[in-house]
Design a protein around this ligand. Structure first.
Ligand code: GDP
Length: 192
C-alpha cells in the first residue's frame, strides 16, 4: 500500500495562497469502517456507495468551497487507506496538516475510544495551530446508536475541537462539516 504514502515529502503547512483563497491539507483519522472514505466521496462527488469498499485515491482529492465572507477554501484531503496499520508512520501522514478530522461511528463505542486516542496523538505530534474536528458519523443509524451525542460534545469541548454528527449516507451535515472547518481556519494577516 505504498501508494498511500507517496508524495508525503511534498506536503506543506496550511499555506494561504492569499487572504481570500485559502488552501489547507486535511487528514482524516479514525477506525477502519467508520465512514471516512464515504464522507470524502459524499463531499467531493455528492455520492454514497454502500456496496463497495471505496478507496479515495493514491494521494489526495481536493475540493474548493466558498464561504459566506467570499473566502474560498481549497481542501486537499488525504486518503487514509490502511493508515491504521501504519501507526508508526502516522506522524508523517499528518505532518503539515492544517486540519485533522477525527471520525467515529455513533454505533461503535470502540471507534469512539479510538477517536480519543487520536485526539491525544494529535495533541502530542500535530502542529500546534491545527484545526481539529470530531465527527460522529452514521447518524442515520439512530436505532443502533451506542455513543450518546453528549459524549462526543464533551470530548470535543474538553479539547477545543469542533463537533458535529454526520451521515455520509443521507448527506446530513456533510457540507456543514467542511464549512465550519473553513470558518475556523486561521486567516493570514492582510498585507499592506
Ligand atoms: P472507512 O474505512 O472509514 O473509510 O469507512 P468507509 O467509508 O469505507 O465505510 C465503511 C462502511 O460504512 C461502508 O459499508 C459504508 O457503506 C458504511 N457507511 C459509511 N458512512 C455511513 C453512514 O453515514 N451511514 C451508514 N448507514 N453507513 C455508512
Amino acid at each position: 500500500n505504498s501508494g498511500t504514502l507517496s508524495g508525503l515529502s511534498n506536503s506543506e503547512n496550511a499555506v494561504p495562497a492569499d487572504a481570500k483563497n485559502l488552501r489547507v491539507k486535511l487528514v482524516l483519522l479514525g477506525d477502519s469502517g467508520v465512514g471516512k472514505s464515504c464522507i470524502v466521496l459524499r463531499f467531493v462527488r455528492g455520492q454514497f456507495d454502500a456496496t463497495s469498499k471505496v478507496t479515495v485515491g493514491a494521494s489526495f482529492l481536493s475540493q474548493t468551497i466558498a464561504l459566506q465572507d467570499s473566502t474560498t477554501v481549497k481542501f486537499e484531503i488525504w486518503d487514509t487507506a490502511g493508515q491504521e496499520r501504519y501507526s508508526a508512520l502516522a506522524p508523517l501522514y499528518y505532518r503539515g496538516a492544517g486540519v485533522a478530522v477525527i471520525v467515529y461511528d455513533i454505533t461503535s463505542p470502540e471507534s469512539f475510544k479510538k477517536a480519543q486516542y487520536w485526539v491525544k496523538e494529535l495533541q502530542k505530534h500535530g502542529s500546534p495551530d491545527i484545526v481539529m474536528a470530531l465527527v460522529g458519523n452514521k447518524a442515520d443509524l439512530h436505532e443502533k446508536r451506542e455513543v450518546p451525542t453528549e459524549d462526543g460534545m464533551e470530548l470535543a469541548e474538553k479539547n477545543g475541537m469542533f463537533f458535529i454528527e454526520t451521515s455520509a449516507k443521507t448527506a446530513d451535515n456533510i457540507n456543514q462539516l467542511f464549512e465550519e472547518i473553513g470558518k475556523r481556519l486561521p486567516r493570514p494577516a492582510p498585507s499592506s
